[in-house]
Design a binder for this molecule. Sequence first.
Ligand SMILES: [Zn+2]
Length: 318
Amino acid sequence: MRKLAFKQCTLAGSLSFEGIGVHNGQPVKMTLGPAAPNSGYLVERHGENGRQVGPVRVHCSNIASTALCTVVDLGNSLSVATTEHVMSALAGLGVDNAEISVNGPECPIIDGSARPFADAILEVGLQIQPEERRFIKITRPVTVRNNDAFAVLEPYNGRAFDVEIDFDNDVIGRQRMIMDWTPAKFYSEVAGARTFGFAQDAKVLRQAGFALGSSLENSIAIGPDGVLNPEGLRYEDEFVRHKLLDAIGDLALARFPIYGRFRSYKGGHGLNALVMNSLFSNPQNYEIVLASELPLEFEALDDLPEGLHAQSYLRSVG
Ligand SMILES: [Zn+2]
């Protein structure tokens, strides 16, 4: 098995997307572009009246809200909502550094999954950078709870996600997905899972200013007798896969990839933010390590989605 140095990577070019915000219903343009080594995910927003803020390095300590989506505060009273799906595509494919620019308060929803972002990233390709990748290694378990729901970050020799949902609803019910992360698995098993909601909640949500842009084009709608989308589901357990997609996108706000296991039961954006902030509240919970200090090696070329460069990807062999 090959043992190589683990370098950071960024996008090899720029990408642009046009769509609407699923919550505000307004048109928005978003571009993704390369960023320097060690810069992480930088977000820039062009607001009304020519106002601009950023680029700001986004971090879980700057989460403004987690009601139905993750909203990142950029300072100067400007924020960007629904960051989790584009963040999931970047982190899920192993992009360390990128700049995200939006001309409105919410990222475009496109089809409700991370696949359109992931496809575009694969098409433009990745640029390997000279600096070594760093990880946040979990050194002791951190748990946050809300009634019977919980989220945990715990020591683990690899990068794993274990997400379980339990809805009092026959269409969803109880679903669990456990995944040892690789970019290829992210792309084939997670990226295409769409966001979802209950048709019966739509009116109340819209009255509260949420889901104003939601439609069957960008969300799975669940009615009393089943899924309302004529095309049905992309995966039998698409709901839990989307929750895992959200978790990867939310945990991308930790600044570096997490080396450890994330577990959640009935979790969501709120608990994802809480468990990260709880992790960082005590320096004994984690350490920042270089990739070369971990028992990692790169994934075999055959396991990667077409277009990915083998040397930029890794998996645990521990
Ligand atoms: Zn989502």
